[in-house]
Write a protein that binds this ligand. Structure first.
Ligand code: ADP
Length: 159
């Protein structure tokens, strides 16, 4: 049976911290589905379609990677995709409480799905999509923190 994992997130926009997690997850699972959150109650800078397209462009047609948007309950989506694993990244201690709560709730909803946590690469431990948006909006350099394509798309949004 192939091991399929879902990596859910806002990816608004995707950063090198996310990419590092995806590459490491690819070594652990046969297929990684990057699931772009399209929750209508959240506000995003990029539309779900823009976020999906950006990620697809970065990975081209890389084997073992699938990218799509989803809304609704993550465990239901995982079940639909035949995935038994959820991947999440962990940075500072501040990520822990939220992730712990989500994990317990997801396991209650579907005990057959395990969440696997990958610790951030220390190079990206302070990196978030939110801080990147602020830096680029204010004219700072995000070199080494996001792919060039993402920087270009951000600059288009802010000009
Ligand atoms: P969400 O709104 O679901 O938290 P994000 O796009 O902010 O969406 O994050 C998706 C996942 O990627 C989360 O598990 C988050 O902890 C992880 N992540 C975000 N940035 C980094 C980073 N720099 N290093 C490692 N993991 C990260």
């Amino acid at each position: 049976m192939s091991k399929i994992a879902i990596y859910p997130g806002s990816f608004d926009p995707i950063t090198n911290g996310h990419l590092d997690i995806i590459k490491r997850a690819r070594d652990l699972f046969d297929k990684v589905i990057i699931a772009v959150n399209n929750n209508p109650l959240k506000t995003f800078l990029f539309t779900a379609q823009e976020r999906v397209e950006m990620i697809k462009e970065l990975f081209n047609v890389s084997e073992g990677i699938e990218v799509e948007s989803f809304r609704g309950l993550l465990v239901q989506y995982a079940k639909k995709k035949g995935a038994h694993f959820i991947i999440r990244g962990l940075r500072a201690l501040s990520d822990f409480e939220y992730e712990f709560q989500m994990d317990l709730m997801n396991r209650k909803l579907n005990p057959g799905i395990q969440t696997i946590y990958l610790m951030t690469n220390q190079r990206y431990s302070y990196l978030s999509s939110g801080i990147i948006k602020e830096i680029v909006r204010l004219g700072g350099s995000a070199e080494g923190l996001i792919p060039d394509l993402v920087e270009k798309k951000l600059l288009e949004k802010f000009t």
